[in-house]
Ligand binder design. Sequence first.
Ligand SMILES: [Zn+2]
Length: 185
Amino acid sequence: MTSKSKEIKDLIKTAQHYRSMARTFRSSVGVAFQMWDGKAFGGFNMETYGHKGLHAEEVGIVRALAEGYNGTDFRRMVEIFQDAGHNEIEIFPGCFTCWAAMWEWTHPYLEIIVADAEGNSKYSARLKDMVSPAPPVLIYPSNKIREIKPKINFVPKLPLNAELKKLASQDIEFDRYCKILRVKT
Ligand SMILES: [Zn+2]
């Protein structure tokens, strides 16, 4: 087994573990985000009686942010979703709300891997593939918005990884995003 597939297998196990902790009536979702330094943060969904519920992706992102990680620090996310209403395998790489959250807090080249409840990897794509309308449409927040409304506490914890550096050299908008992230406000 290559070290990459071993890493992903471990990440799937983490997502399974967190899925088992879901606070839910029916559907259980588990995710695991991996940072470029190898650290992983799991998340589970929280369905509620009265308050707005939380999706597993949101919980995982908050846990990573609380440890100081930001933007390009995120490497990949494994997601395990199985609706409790049926047993068919559905490939579910996040919902529109969570894609927006990941666009805001991670980066376009976040790798998304979907596994089934038994832990078999079924699908893989980049966040960018999920949200890529044709030009001139831009997904909010655009780089322009990020530049004129800079956030505090948003500088990544880790140096830009070589793989992302290469992608940034081929993608002007991503390169601009990487530079915005590293401006201390
Ligand atoms: Zn969601």
